[in-house]
Design a protein around this ligand. Structure first.
Ligand SMILES: CC(=O)N[C@H]1[C@@H](OP(=O)(O)OP(=O)(O)OC[C@H]2O[C@@H](n3ccc(=O)[nH]c3=O)[C@H](O)[C@@H]2O)O[C@H](CO)[C@@H](O)[C@@H]1O
Ligand SMILES: C=C(OP(=O)(O)O)C(=O)O
Length: 469
């Protein structure tokens, strides 16, 4: 029987993680020793083009998946973000050779035997993605330890779905003092159902199935973008996967994988939402290149119904040859957006992406009328939306899941610290781009966890964003 240890305020608990903090608290667990801040001279219209980078959420799954392969794995178009750096630190600490061949090409080669005793705990604790190491390491290790995972602090985030899914493969996860001890007595589940259709749990299960030669049927799988990207990569390694993009996956794994492989993950649909939100909030016309538009089709539909005009170019394929991309032009709305009469709420894909939802808060702030945003998915993320009221957006917190946003608002400059959650922190940057005058956003490590080179890319769009430390 596995004990369920309650959370403390400073450390995530074993089966629930990321005890919340208040929106204004500084990052502690996540900050690097040298804090980096932004000065934003806001109120400028953006213009020009920006190309999307690949997603944090696919990248971290792919890094864990690289451990399945005894050959050389080369990732092209790979994002150079803090979360990737933390995962590389973890992989290097256990003996994986990693090498950035050029700016966005990363090569990895695992040794025959990994040195799990040496695992870099500090790096591991800063990301939730280390949980996905279990699905990869269980194949060659009968007993090992993983520190409690970190990631965005959004209220409780259960680890139980991972435990229930992996026990089907004979993996026993025991919570000890500050880590999980994993004991493995391999078995093949045949058919299984996930306890929740979460993204990392689906990916963890896929990693477990990828080297299980007997076929595995996974029901209630997430169909979201990072799951699709992981599946396309595993197919390149020779794993047979049917049902990609659906909730029923059928995976025939390989007992051993040794292949030199190249794979380029798809551009990030959530980064597209960041730039859409920045364009709309500053009432600008910009072109966002390489948008995986089908992954945000509901988001685009909602924006259209609010009165936003946008144009999609004809489509072309992502480097992986699977996903359709297009260039998206966001046109100026000139203050003509209207609040939707119905609430905005996230859902698992093909619903409105949980990580897209936050970007509707500043958008609702410049639309006429009252928007209800219901963020049911996280226990405490909506609380961070209230921070936007310091930039002049009228946000009324109804309870820990729901806010009303009353627009249109005139945005005002502010001096703020990032909350310890990527998307909510990046919303403050969106607001500051629109607010006239000089704003300061402190300790942007949490934004750099997920987005590459944002200041430079925004400056290319005509913004004035200066990094200082
Ligand atoms: C590395 C990665 O890919 N991270 C993403 C992943 O995190 P990840 O997959 O780790 O998300 P969690 O497992 O924490 O799930 C997020 C929340 O949704 C709830 N939940 C989830 C699925 C479900 O069917 N029912 C349900 O209630 C969970 O209980 C939790 O409260 O998915 C989240 C939700 O899209 C995203 O915000 C994260 O950016
Ligand atoms: C919640 C997020 O990340 P993580 O799962 O890494 O905490 C996010 O990317 O918004």
């Amino acid at each position: 029987m596995i004990p369920d240890v309650p959370n403390s305020d400073s450390e995530p608990g074993p089966f629930t993680e990321n005890t919340d903090t208040t929106a204004s608290s500084l990052i502690d667990l996540q900050s690097t020793s040298r804090e980096v801040h932004l000065k934003i001279e806001g109120g400028r219209r953006l213009h020009g083009e920006v190309a999307l980078k690949a997603s944090k959420n696919a990248a971290v799954a792919l890094l864990c998946a690289s451990l399945l392969n005894h050959g050389i794995t080369r990732f092209l178009n790979f994002p150079r973000i803090e979360e990737v750096t933390r995962m590389i630190e973890v992989l290097e600490s256990i003996g994986v050779k990693t090498n950035w061949r050029d700016n966005n090409t990363l090569e990895l080669h695992r040794p025959k035997k990994l040195n799990l005793q040496n695992l870099d705990e500090d790096a591991a604790r800063k990301t939730r993605s280390v949980l996905m190491l279990i699905g990869s390491l269980m194949h060659d290790h009968e007993e090992f330890e993983i520190p409690y995972a970190g990631g965005c602090k959004l209220g409780e985030r259960t680890v139980k779905p991972h435990q229930y899914a992996l026990e089907e493969f004979g993996v026993n996860i025991i919570a000890t003092d500050k880590q999980y001890t994993i004991k493995v007595d391999r078995k093949a589940p045949g058919e299984m159902t996930l306890y929740e259709s979460g993204n990392t749990v689906t990916n963890n299960t896929i990693l477990a199935a990828a080297r299980t030669a007997e076929g595995t049927f996974i029901q209630a799988a997430s169909c979201d973008y990072m799951v699709q990207d992981l599946c396309y990569f595993l197919q390149k390694l020779g794993v047979e996967i049917e049902g990609i993009g659906t909730p029923l996956l059928h995976i025939r794994g390989l007992s051993r994988i040794k292949k030199n492989v190249e794979y380029a993950p798809t551009e990030d649909p959530i980064e597209a939402m960041f730039f859409i939100s920045a364009a709309v909030t500053t009432d600008s016309e910009i072109v966002i290149k390489r948008v995986p538009f089908r992954w945000i089709s509901l988001e685009l539909m909602k924006l259209k119904k609010m009165g936003l005009r946008y144009t999609l170019s004809s489509s072309y394929k992502a480097y992986n040859g699977h996903v359709d991309l297009a260039d998206l032009t966001i046109h100026q709305h000139e203050g003509k957006l209207c609040a939707l009469p119905d609430k905005l709420h996230p859902n698992i894909w093909p619903g409105l992406n949980p990580d897209s939802l936050p970007y509707f808060v500043p958008i609702a702030g410049v639309a006429t009328g009252k928007t209800l945003i219901h963020d049911w998915i996280y226990e405490r993320r909506a609380i961070y939306y209230g921070e936007l009221s310091k930039l002049g957006i009228k946000v009324e917190l109804l309870d820990q899941h729901r806010v009303y946003v009353q627009g249109p608002s005139e945005l005002v400059k502010a001096n703020l610290s990032c909350p310890p959650a990527l998307r909510p922190a990046s919303l403050l940057l969106v607001g500051m781009l629109a607010a006239s005058g000089m704003s300061v956003l402190r300790n942007i490590y949490v934004i750099n966890r997920g987005y590459e080179d944002l200041a430079a890319r925004l400056n290319m769009l005509g913004a004035s964003v200066e990094i200082f430390s």
